[in-house]
Ligand binder design. Structure first.
Ligand code: FE
Ligand code: FE
Ligand code: ZN
Length: 300
């Protein structure tokens, strides 16, 4: 943490810095409650599950308040774009047709809901696990699903998340994500959310050569498609394909790794979402830490 005035307990007003940053928070209490929780820890964006992440039920908790109240709160406080997260059960390339169908149905409903509630948000999803079908068939199924679900003129941009390559996950390499984007009719509605833990576990050296990784992203996918970041440290070494998130600075990416990330010009302005193992207060401390490192980077 930088200045001494910021470290005197939780009652102090959180310091706003150059980053658009916030945590993944619980959707309980509805739209406005999410915004208020984010605001209370100095966040300027946030992520949330559009429905129960594991079972994938309905969106009822978000109906409890008017989304217009959240929109107003966001406007009053200079929030950036929200990054909604699809449920983990969504697998657009499952070997089981009923799971594929359920995933498509959830995505269509979620996009329609976001379009209505907070137009212009991002909707982030895990491309899927192809199980034993192979990456080619997995990519084909994902593209088929996106072609079926995405609607011309929708306000929500759908983000493919970079994955760690655990099991048969599709999306461990930039090449696989590009094949999905290229393989759909709706590439203009798609983007990428880069998860720092996942790309690290996937083998990309974002600590030793962040600019090299971003060059590669630019060459393969195009940096204009990079819409958001998940900012997580990793419990495991690079290339481990494990996907275990760690608190910022306490894992293998480490504080210096994040200093490089928040200082990088090409990542400026992107919504940064924390999915670290924290409660609200811990997220607040990480926001302050990253904001102060970003301010130092900007002065340097
Ligand atoms: Fe995710
Ligand atoms: Fe993530
Ligand atoms: Zn993860």
């Amino acid at each position: 943490m930088g200045g001494d005035s910021q470290t005197k307990g939780t009652s102090a007003q959180p310091v706003r810095g150059p980053l658009t940053i916030g945590p993944h928070i619980s959707a309980s209490g509805g739209w406005k409650a999410m915004g208020e929780r984010a605001l209370s820890i100095g966040a300027t964006t946030f992520a949330f599950f559009t429905r129960n992440p594991h079972r994938g039920s309905t969106l009822k908790s978000l109906d409890e308040t008017d989304p217009a109240e959240l929109a107003q709160l966001m406007e009053d406080n200079g929030f950036g774009t929200l990054v909604a997260h699809a449920p983990y059960t969504m697998n657009l390339c499952s070997a089981k047709p009923d799971i594929v169908e359920f995933g498509r149905q959830m995505m269509a409903e979620d996009i329609a809901r976001l379009d209505e509630a907070i137009p212009g948000s991002y909707y982030n999803f895990h491309p899927g696990s192809h199980v034993k079908q192979g990456a080619d068939e997995g990519i084909r199924l994902i593209c088929e699903g996106l072609d079926q679900v995405l609607v011309p003129g929708q306000k929500t941009r759908v983000l493919l998340e970079t994955m760690a390559g655990k099991g048969s996950e599709v999306g461990r390499t930039f090449e696989e994500l590009e094949r999905i984007i290229e393989g759909t009719k709706h590439g203009d509605m798609l983007g990428v959310c880069l998860d720092t833990c996942h790309v690290w576990d996937g083998g990309y050296d974002i600590v030793g050569d962040l600019d090299g990784v971003l060059d590669e992203f630019d060459r393969v996918i195009g940096l204009d498609r990079l819409c958001a970041l998940h900012v997580n440290d990793s419990k495991n070494p690079r290339g481990s394909h494990k996907d275990r998130h760690e608190k910022i600075g306490q894992g293998e990416i480490g504080l210096e790794g994040f200093r490089g990330i928040v200082a990088n010009e090409r990542l400026r302005g992107l919504p940064m979402i924390l999915e670290t193992p924290n409660e609200l207060e811990g997220f607040g401390a990480e926001i302050q830490l990253l904001q102060s490192m970003a301010s130092e980077g900007a002065r340097a």
